[in-house]
Design a protein around this ligand. Structure first.
Ligand code: EPU
Length: 332
């Protein structure tokens, strides 16, 4: 187990904010996690994976837990629907790469999403028409309140668009492993318009195309700090959509089952004149305005928060639509 006080988190958040936490604890096994003396930890206690979907608002007075539980285990290769147990500390894209290399369908559309497997199950990551919840069968966690291991079936995880029980109960459950179900027989999901022309022979074909699209739109985390999509795509009531469409007949939109209409936040931000705008070192990414980047490399949390506020206000006053961050704010 690794235990470091006054720990520098700049290498542990993809936004590359230079912040510290009072205590950093990394565990490699479930046994190590269970042996932690919870009552002695500086509060609050949070779990951080690759730190690719969060913004620290400043130095963090509590404990940052990090899982280094890393394994990928095919439970039964004899089945057509193959159960795969994956440790929470595995890089999600390493799992996707392995699944594709082994010719298993299910996660190829989620290629190149930054972050670890545990966080993917908290956040219900999604891209190109697929969400993690579509392939998750169950989640194993340590319950920090009852102080014991618990298992949830997929139906008990409260999954919705970037939502889950684990997000709602903020920190109670520390995910140690996720059970996925992948398929041997081809099950390509090509509804997303960028993929609709593809005739894939294997999951790797889809993975290659998704990687190509993502690289053309999203900043390379190695080059430019960001936390991916900063805002969720808002669902607006039909009358709000009609008002926008009256002015912009070509506004992109997607019907949702509840009757509300999903309008891309990227479109709203661009059409509020915010594309390319910046505050201090933080900027709206020109190729995909849904992403805020650490353009200068030394942007501060207050730069990002000020830019966020500016975007939210611009979209509210131009379209009467309220944007909500997808990126989790820590310490606000
Ligand atoms: N758009 C613009 N201007 C731009 C770019 C995009 O107006 O400069 C509009 C276009 O109308 C485009 C629409 O935004 O059709 C949607 O863009 P895109 O298909 O790239 O997807 P997104 O809605 O912006 C979501 C996810 C991404 C995921 C992509 C692909 C959320 C918050 N974001 O973005 O997830 O990769 O779909 O499926 O749901 C992430 O969560 O970090 C993330 C990157």
């Amino acid at each position: 187990m690794v235990r470091i006080e006054n720990y520098d988190l700049s290498g542990r958040n993809t936004f590359r904010m230079k912040v510290k936490c009072a205590l950093f604890v990394e565990y490699e096994t479930v046994g190590e996690l269970e042996s932690i003396d919870w009552d002695s930890l500086p509060r609050p206690v949070i779990s951080v994976g690759a730190g690719s979907n969060l913004l620290f608002a400043g130095d963090f007075p509590g404990t940052v837990l990090h899982s280094a539980i890393r394994y990928i285990k095919y439970v039964d290769m004899g089945l057509d629907s193959v159960p795969v147990m994956v440790g929470a500390g595995v890089k999600f894209d390493d799992f996707v790469a392995k699944a594709c290399a082994d010719n298993l369908w299910g996660v190829e559309n989620l290629s190149l999403i930054p972050g670890d497997v545990g966080a993917a199950a908290v956040q219900n990551i999604g891209a190109y028409g697929v969400e993690a919840a579509d392939v998750i069968d169950g989640v194993t966690c340590y319950d920090t309140v009852a102080r014991r291991m618990v298992k949830f079936k997929a139906g008990e995880c409260g999954y919705g668009y970037r939502e889950s029980l684990f997000k709602k109960t903020a920190g109670r459950y520390v995910i140690t492993g996720v059970l996925f179900r992948l398929n041997r027989s081809p099950k390509p999901r090509l509804e997303y318009r960028g993929l609709s022309g593809l005739v894939p022979k294997c999951p790797q074909d889809v993975r290659n195309e998704v990687i190509r699209i993502r690289r053309s739109k999203l900043p390379d985390p190695e080059e430019l700090g960001s936390a991916g999509s900063f805002f969720k795509n808002p669902m607006v009531p039909p009358e709000v959509y009609s008002r926008i469409a009256g002015e912009f007949p070509n506004v992109p939109h997607y019907a949702t089952s509840g009757g509300d209409v999903k309008v891309p936040a990227a479109w709203l931000i661009e059409n509020s004149g915010m594309k390319g705008r910046s505050v201090g070192g933080a900027a709206v990414y020109a190729k995909q305005p849904l992403v805020i980047v650490n353009a200068s490399g030394d942007a501060t949390p207050s730069d990002v928060l000020a830019l966020e506020k500016m975007i939210v206000e611009a979209v509210r006053s131009r379209f009467g639509v309220e944007l909500h961050p997808e990126v989790e704010h820590i310490g606000l």
